[in-house]
Write a protein that binds this ligand. Sequence first.
Ligand SMILES: Nc1ncnc2c1ncn2[C@@H]1O[C@H](COP(=O)(O)OP(=O)(O)OP(=O)(O)O)[C@@H](O)[C@H]1O
Ligand SMILES: [Mg+2]
Length: 364
Amino acid sequence: MIELKELTKKYDEKIAVNSLSLTINEGEVTVIIGPSGCGKTTTLRMINRLIDPTEGSILVDGKDVRETNVESLRRNMGYVIQNVGLFPHMTVAANISTVPKLLNWPNEDCEKRVTELLELIGLKPEEYRNKYPGQLSGGEAQRIGVARALAANPPILLMDEPFGAVDPLNREVLQAEFLKIQKQLKKTVVFVTHDLDEAIRMGDRILVMKDGDVVQYDSPEEILSSPADKFVRDFVGTNRALKRLSRFPISDSFHKASTVQEEAMSDCSTIRALEQSEFLWVVDSSGVLKGWIQTDDCEAGKSISEIMTVAPWEELGINRNSSLREALSRMLAQEVQTLPVVEGHGLLIGEISLSEIQNRSGRG
Ligand SMILES: Nc1ncnc2c1ncn2[C@@H]1O[C@H](COP(=O)(O)OP(=O)(O)OP(=O)(O)O)[C@@H](O)[C@H]1O
Ligand SMILES: [Mg+2]
């Protein structure tokens, strides 16, 4: 647990953070959100003592951070810097093992940890370990930044706009991946963003800041349903019901889908007689989504491949880790009411329908 007690940071006369008191729960993601210059980075940097507060104190597990040795404090806190901040002249492997090396881990252990972490963040170790940051896409660099922060397995993670520099689509993917990792690792995370959707999706609790002050500290549900004042209300904006959907992963709501194997039948008239649904997903022999057929098109003498609408899973499928909000926007964009749900490399595991999303959003 991290406690901030009446924490203030002044730069000359400018108050960057104003008497901030806050309890950050263990194993949770606490999001700090607010407009540019409201004091988010300053707060984060005070927690790991990159800067000293003008007044007030910070306790980690009951102990004042000023009484803790700075090195051991930072060893307990992985830090993902705003704008990635990888060392450009060092390989991915060297970047990730920065802290383990400082801790004098044997080379072998460092290498092992690099492999483990690259796998965790979904990048092939053999392909990426020897690359330089300049050879990475924005999203890949962000992931390496997260891997580096996780390297020495710290219980606390401080993340300053970790996905700020990537486009919205990739950002969704990174968010989903991080949530998956967090479910497993249960770190105490302080996560800074100025994107409300990201805050709603990632946060167990959200701190809204303005000009160095706390405006509201609540669960995402409370922030959406009872904004503390006009500032938060404006920040939250309209479409609150839609925003709530960002919190729910598809994996909690989808159902099993009717499928047929692409090569299974040379004559598909039996499908029409037996099948209740209007359409069926078509998969290959390993269960990978290939397209769909309309049951009405199933006629004697016709094979599945003759009547099927071919659509690669990358286009048609939605990942089980995506949010209901993403599913909804895809449905609206593609003018469909059902989407196939996939995992890994296109394995079909079910489908999600508009009515399921509506049910979820109405349930409070
Ligand atoms: N070293 C410094 N000297 C003087 N003023 C500073 C210094 N660092 C930050 N500030 C001021 O303190 C305030 C808070 O800065 P901070 O970096 O915490 O904002 P932020 O919320 O992280 O903003 P952003 O979303 O743009 O990253 C700003 O007004 C900034 O200009
Ligand atoms: Mg900042």
